[in-house]
Design a protein around this ligand. Structure first.
Ligand code: HEM
Length: 239
């Protein structure tokens, strides 16, 4: 009979779960109550730290998706981008926890943040770097295959290229939706016409909402509207 109470993995921790998940290290990464100026520092750190973890996963999926696009495995790339998009959704949802952070309590927490800002988040930096690579891989793919993006959409065919294009746009859109929520949350907590801990005016965050990682895929929508049945330009007139 197997003895399931026996711990069989090596490493730090009192049982196999804590050894594999490295929970001792993970749970030591938040400030202790005696180091904190406000008990909501825990809430604040947990939201940020878990965002970093989900984005680590999302970027790993985007990097793998890039390699799969390069090797022509488009359906696999599409599934991986779906995982990344879900990661972005999860980090957006967890901004809800900030509703429980009062604007006045945050003023106390702010005093211990130095010039630290989410603008230096490794997770969000990695999103930007990963997107440059997957965007380039996608554009090379459509160029190599002679795919015209507007035609890809007009054909109405459920091709691998179409599914990939839709997965790319969803990932990009989910990032913008995070930015919308982050901007609203920021103004709810610290207001307008003030600057953040890194000196950036809050209203700059509003402008970032319209940033597009894959502009060609957004432009094609405009082209479809302009050249569609209600459009102003007939198909073929791209002047
Ligand atoms: C109380 C909660 C928060 C407030 C008041 C806040 C405020 C701000 C402000 C004012 C900026 C502009 C830069 C500056 O700091 O001067 C900023 C940028 C940024 N913050 Fe936050 N933030 C909060 C939570 C978060 C969380 C949970 C994340 C997740 C990692 C995050 C990620 C970012 C990113 C990535 C930027 C760069 C702008 C962008 O890419 O849209 N922030 N934040």
């Amino acid at each position: 009979m197997k003895d399931y109470s026996e711990q069989i993995l090596s490493g730090e921790g009192e049982n196999d779960y804590t050894r594999y998940m490295r929970t001792d290290a993970l749970l030591s990464l938040q400030r202790l109550p005696e180091e904190s100026v406000h008990r909501d520092e825990l809430l604040f750190q947990v939201v940020h730290q878990s965002t970093e973890l989900w984005l680590k996963l999302a970027c790993s999926e985007v990097a793998e998706a890039t390699a799969r696009i390069e090797s022509g495995e488009l359906d696999t790339a599409t599934r991986l981008l779906g995982r990344a998009a879900l990661g972005a959704q999860l980090v957006t949802q967890q901004l809800e926890m900030m509703r429980h952070l009062s604007p006045w309590d945050f003023q106390t927490i702010r005093t211990v943040l130095g010039h630290g800002s989410g603008a230096d988040s490794p997770g969000w930096r990695s999103v930007r770097a990963s997107n440059r690579l997957v965007g380039a891989a996608f554009l090379k793919l459509v160029a190599d295959r002679g795919v015209d993006l507007a035609e890809l959409y007009r054909s109405g065919e459920d091709t691998a290229e179409f599914r990939l294009a839709e997965a790319m746009i969803e990932w990009d859109e989910r990032i913008s939706i995070w930015r919308v929520q982050h901007f609203k949350m920021t103004t709810r907590i610290i207001g307008h016409e003030v600057v953040g801990t890194q000196g950036t005016p809050v209203d700059v965050l509003a402008k970032l909402i319209s940033h597009k990682h894959f502009p060609e895929l957004w432009a094609v929508r405009t082209e479809l509207t302009e050249t569609g049945p209600m459009g102003e330009r007939p198909v073929g007139d791209r002047s």
